[in-house]
Design a protein around this ligand. Structure first.
Ligand SMILES: [Zn+2]
Length: 359
């Protein structure tokens, strides 16, 4: 009885323990000296999952026992070059990697759930990934992800200072690389102009980072591929009021509507980032809608009182394609059934003919 009470008291005490109280010494003793599992250590601190302990292990840079990863299903990299180019692009962006305990380790911190989802999609099939709350230093709630990968992923260890030749010399691989880089760094912008009641929208592609060489290569390659791409210095490093910029910021920018859409259509099937996919799809959809509207406007020269030959709708659009002008037949489109038909101009009564000429 007494023993049970003491035990209960102990549990209460550890449950009250703030996670901040987990010191490097305690953790090292429990993990390396007493050889407790992460799960057991978490239990000692009253945590339900070992993620918090993993976080502290990372924070204190305490190496993990190799036996800890025995249950990890580590699969070697597929060797697929398109996949490899994409991953190199991602690494050139904001994904970190290194070597630890004879593994290639990837790290990422983000406030965006889509970013985490993307990483699980990419690496989940190769190894078990640890995802947990990254505490401190962030205003928004951010998550951290760590994955111990097979050493066939060691091409990710070095952050590329420039795009490798094997990628740059192959258009398909270049687009795959660009997709990976854009999935971590690019913005696909559709701006509504309040001035025009939201009727006019601007479309832009913006890729801003401090990797000058990589951006120069991307800009050059996009120009070679027929895009009207621009590169410029956004802001020099320095102190701006209470804000400090450590590195010069450059940007690759495209604002020609057709070219933004063209690039979005190429990168959409290659992207693995839900938010970017949504943004690109929105741009493409908007363009489609716009084209349809433009076509109707171009076609529709007003309504005339004539019955549709298909559905007998009382009015039809005077559907004036230029190529039909001054021809024996004129085309009409029904606003109800959307079918088109043509009629001899002489069949129209004088009143209708007048309407035609006015339009
Ligand atoms: Zn009709």
């Amino acid at each position: 009885m007494a023993k049970k009470q003491i035990f209960k008291g102990f549990i209460k005490k550890v449950k009250k323990m703030d996670k901040q109280e987990i010191s490097k010494e305690t953790l090292q003793t429990l993990y390396w000296d007493k050889e407790l599992s992460l799960k057991k250590i978490a239990k000692e601190f009253g945590m339900k999952s070992p993620n918090g302990i993993v976080y502290h292990m990372e924070k204190f840079k305490i190496p993990r026992r190799p036996s800890d990863r025995k249950d990890y299903q580590k699969n070697p990299f597929s060797g697929n070059l398109i996949e490899k180019a994409y991953l190199v692009g991602l690494r050139a962006g904001d994904i970190n990697a290194g070597k630890k305990n004879n593994c290639t380790v990837i790290y990422a911190t983000s406030t965006k759930p889509a970013q985490m989802k993307m990483l699980h999609k990419l690496f989940g099939k190769y190894a078990h990934l640890n995802e947990y709350d990254a505490k401190g230093g962030y205003t928004e709630k951010s998550r951290k992800l760590v994955g111990y990968l097979d050493n066939s992923f060691d091409f990710l260890v070095e952050k590329p200072q420039k795009i490798p030749e094997w990628i740059l010399n192959d258009n398909e691989l270049f687009y795959s690389f660009l997709s990976g880089y854009c999935d971590s760094e690019a913005s696909w912008i559709l701006t509504e102009h309040k001035k025009y009641g939201g009727k006019w929208k601007d479309r832009a592609f913006s890729l801003g980072t401090s990797d000058k060489t990589v951006l120069e290569q991307i800009n050059q390659k996009l120009i070679e591929l027929g895009f009207n791409s621009h590169l410029y210095l956004v802001e020099k490093k320095g102190i701006y009021g209470d804000r400090k910029r450590n590195l010069d910021l450059y940007r690759v920018m495209m604002s020609s509507h057709q070219e933004v859409i063209k690039l979005a259509q190429i990168l959409l099937p290659l992207s693995k980032h839900e938010d970017k996919i949504k943004a690109m799809s929105k741009l493409i959809e908007y363009e489609k809608l716009n084209d349809e509207k433009k076509l109707v406007k171009k076609q529709n020269l007003g309504t005339i009182p004539m019955a549709c030959v298909y559905c007998k709708h009382k009015k039809v659009w005077n559907n004036g394609f230029k190529k039909y002008k001054n021809k024996k037949y004129r085309r009409y489109k029904c606003p109800s059934c959307k079918k088109e038909f043509q009629r001899k101009l002489t069949n129209i009564n004088p009143l209708q003919k007048k309407t035609l000429m006015v339009s």
